[in-house]
Design a protein around this ligand. Structure first.
Ligand code: NAD
Ligand code: MG
Length: 387
């Protein structure tokens, strides 16, 4: 039977990997929605290939271009934030949430509230609005299927036991491109060095997050919402080869792990096919070729981001949304060459310290926390730039 897929963030790294799998399994899927931020040419090209009902460009100023590019195809062209939400409310068997950043929150929530199962790559939305999102899923009956490789691994390992019998969840981390670099040298790294991840090919923002280890901190918060075992039961383990994608230890001290080549099409396929499995073109694991797997404790002195994230989710309320907003601004500023690499995490810390605690009870609250934290981060970025 054909399943209907709505894909948010079609032009990105996760979006393209998703479409690669859909393309190979064309009988299994029909695509209802494709979206992109501003790349009209690429979105129109994908729309002509996958024939969705609607293509949405987030940047409203590009609406005319998209209408023109899709003229005569019968595919509706829409634009803007409201159009993204409307597209997410359309009937679908699965929504792939692969927009980067808080921009993904409104459509992802709309899909969950509509009761549609969501394959979630867009970790920033869960980090910012975890309680609201998981409550909405419980209410509507939507299942959140984690796409992030670590969380997908944990999800798979949890099929082998009961969540109330979990002793520890161990989130693995590659350590990023600067794993062995001194703090002094890190002060001088360039955006090009930061986005060159040793194991994974990903979008620019998550690549920088991996280099600061903020990604692992965001993933700690993500895991806390997806797998409620208690924050003190979630640990981080550096594993440079990215072969073990995470582990679940049960009360009997039996530990289950999920392994695979570092290829996002594996966790994406797991979310697409769940509760079944589908064949992928990915390289099977060659453990004899890999020969050894290494592990080390994270260094929270050179990489303070994970401890910041742990403190933010322990305090709860608006802290994770403040942290996420500040990080998005700081990463963009670093990528634009405006601030240094260490200034990313410094900005996040200073924004959190300067923002009042509060408990958001609606998406509206989350967006206002996001906006004030962004403004605070922007001020700090301007100061760094002119210091
Ligand atoms: P990317 O930058 O390659 O793609 C982002 C997508 O979002 C693009 O389609 C872009 O057009 C769209 N987008 C960007 N800004 C937008 C906006 N303001 N409004 C609407 N759409 C917008 O990013 P990616 O690496 O594919 O990551 C996507 C998400 O998946 C992120 O949350 C990331 O943390 C998560 N993730 C990615 C990977 C990976 O391997 N790339 C792994 C795990 C999790
Ligand atoms: Mg991950």
């Amino acid at each position: 039977m054909t399943r209907r897929l709505s894909l948010f963030g079609a032009t990105g790294s996760v979006g393209q990997s998703t479409l690669d799998l859909v393309r190979r399994d064309g009988e299994a899927w029909s695509v209802g929605v494709l979206t992109a931020n501003s790349d009209v040419a690429e979105l129109a090209k994908l729309a002509r290939e996958f024939r969705p009902d609607v293509a949405v460009i987030a940047d409203e100023t590009r609406h005319g271009e998209l209408v023109e590019a899709l003229a005569g195809t019968g595919i509706a062209a829409a634009a803007g934030a409201d159009a993204l939400v409307e597209a997410a409310q359309r009937p679908a068997d699965l929504v792939m949430a692969a927009i980067v950043g808080i921009a993904g929150l409104a459509p992802t929530m709309a899909a969950i509230e509509a009761g549609t199962d969501v394959a979630l790559a867009n970790k920033e939305s869960l980090v910012s609005a975890g309680e609201l999102m998981t409550a909405a899923a419980r209410k509507s009956g939507a299942t959140i299927l984690p796409v992030d490789s670590e969380h997908n691994a944990i999800f798979q390992c949890l099929a082998g036991g009961r969540i109330d019998q979990v002793r520890r969840i161990i989130l693995t981390a590659s350590g990023g491109p600067f794993r062995t670099m001194s703090g002094d040298d890190m002060a001088r790294v360039t955006p090009a060095q930061a986005v060159a991840h040793p194991n994974w090919s990903m979008g620019a923002k998550i690549s920088v997050d991996s280099a600061t280890m903020m990604n692992k901190g965001l993933e700690l918060i993500e895991a806390h919402h997806l797998f409620p075992v208690g924050l003190d039961r979630i640990e981080i383990l550096v594993h440079p080869q990215s072969v073990i994608h995470s582990l679940v230890e049960y009360i009997d001290c039996s530990t289950l792990a999920q392994l695979g080549s570092p290829d996002m099409r594996i966790p994406i396929s797991s979310a697409l096919a769940w509760p079944q499995r589908m064949a992928t073109p990915c390289a099977p694991l060659d453990l004899a070729g890999i020969a050894r797997l290494d592990f080390q404790a994270p260094d929270e002195v050179r990489f303070p981001a994970t401890a910041l994230c742990r403190a933010a989710i322990a305090e709860g309320g608006a802290r994770p949304a403040q942290l996420n907003a500040a990080n998005e601004v700081a990463v963009a500023a670093f990528l634009a060459g405006r601030i240094s690499f260490p200034a990313i995490v410094d900005t996040v810390r200073r924004v959190i310290d300067g923002q009042p605690p509060m408990v958001p009870t609606s998406l509206h609250d989350i967006f206002s926390v996001d906006a004030s934290s962004r403004a605070a981060a922007q001020l700090l970025v301007d100061q760094y730039e002119h210091a």
